[in-house]
Write a protein that binds this ligand. Structure first.
Ligand SMILES: CC(C)(COP(=O)(O)OP(=O)(O)OC[C@H]1O[C@@H](n2cnc3c(N)ncnc32)[C@H](O)[C@@H]1OP(=O)(O)O)[C@@H](O)C(=O)NCCC(=O)NCCS
Length: 296
């Protein structure tokens, strides 16, 4: 018996072009996770590669959803043609009836039909996905002494909601070099843009000299956290600090800093969620993590 027989809901996929269905997803994610993805409409729109799978009531309420999207990433020096899964949620009255199993199976079947060689996702419930062959990747950030300071070279703040800044960011995102050879997204502009808004502590600056957008935080006095760099050529860590005019004693990177002419110590990165991979080779040659700006 299909999930439709069990629940009386209507299945839809690929519904993002329907404004009412998009609003139903925004509502589901807000109610489930307290996350508002509606600003994506002002940031160039949802990822055009997205393929949402959802069960709707006759009144248009989205009861269950899981979305797949193209998420190419670099793993151990190789570009992987991967899909990501996100926005997985079932409203409480419809839980425990197999709806999530249904959308998971549909999404994975679609990923296979599209020829994706791997699928990745973040979850706080790994058990949901282990039965489909997903394995957790341990995540590490890098921590160490700040690089030796260079002369201040200048930068300006970027505001993704500003039309000109958005166009500049979209251009940089379209031609970016992955921040790391070990683990990094190759492309995922919509995620980067919405993540700059979801975490209000993230600062975004443009280094004109290097044509680089830098996402960063100062979690404590004298301690600088480099979250992501979007550029065709990656500047050194020292050049980034000089551009930002920041004098830090200690620094950390939320990715493996193999392209930054700086090295630190790998430290386990603890967060509420695990990164899980289903695909050909799921282990890392070096400790690493995906930038938080790639979170999905
Ligand atoms: C987790 C959630 C999506 C499950 O939805 P659901 O429709 O009740 O799940 P289903 O009835 O389809 O069950 C699917 C499978 O998941 C298992 N499962 C259900 N809830 C689970 C949980 N909290 N942890 C682990 N496994 C769970 C079921 O036992 C079932 O296993 P089976 O396929 O081997 O029989 C739903 O509870 C929810 O939206 N929770 C809040 C948001 C969330 O955690 N989303 C997932 C983010 S990655």
């Amino acid at each position: 018996m299909s999930a439709a027989h069990l629940t009386g809901l209507n299945f839809r996929q690929d519904y993002f072009s329907d404004p009412a269905a998009w609003a139903a997803l925004v509502s589901l994610l807000d109610d489930t996770f307290g996350i508002d993805i509606d600003p994506l409409r002002d940031l160039g729109g949802p990822d055009p590669t997205s393929m949402p799978f959802g069960w709707f009531t006759d009144e248009g309420v989205l009861a269950a959803n899981l979305s797949a999207f193209a998420m190419p990433f670099v793993l151990n020096g190789r570009l992987i043609n991967a899909a990501g899964l996100q926005s997985g949620a079932v409203r409480p009255p419809w839980r425990g009836r197999g709806l999530y199993r249904d959308v998971t199976q549909k999404a994975l079947a679609w990923c296979e039909a599209q020829g994706f060689e791997a699928v990745i996702l973040y979850t706080d419930k790994p058990a949901l996905y282990e039965k489909y062959g997903f394995r957790p990747l341990p995540l590490h950030k890098y921590v160490g002494q700040a690089p030796i300071a260079m002369d201040h070279s200048g930068s300006r703040s970027l505001q993704p909601r500003d039309t000109e800044d958005l166009a500049l960011l979209q251009g940089l995102l379209a031609t970016r070099k992955p921040v790391s050879e070990t683990l990094a997204v190759a492309s995922s502009p919509a995620m980067f843009l919405i993540n700059t808004l979801l975490d209000t502590d993230v600062r975004l600056s443009y280094l004109e000299e290097y044509k680089a957008a830098v996402a960063w935080k100062m979690p404590a006095d004298g301690h600088f956290a480099l979250l992501d760099v979007v550029a065709a050529e990656i500047p050194s860590f020292a050049a980034i600090l000089a551009g930002l005019g920041i004098l830090a004693t200690t620094v950390e990177t939320h990715f493996r800093p193999d392209r930054f002419q700086w090295s630190g110590k790998a430290v386990p990165y603890e967060s509420g969620t695990r990164l899980m991979v289903r695909g050909p080779k799921g282990s890392l040659d070096h400790p690493a993590m995906l930038s938080p700006l790639a979170d999905f």
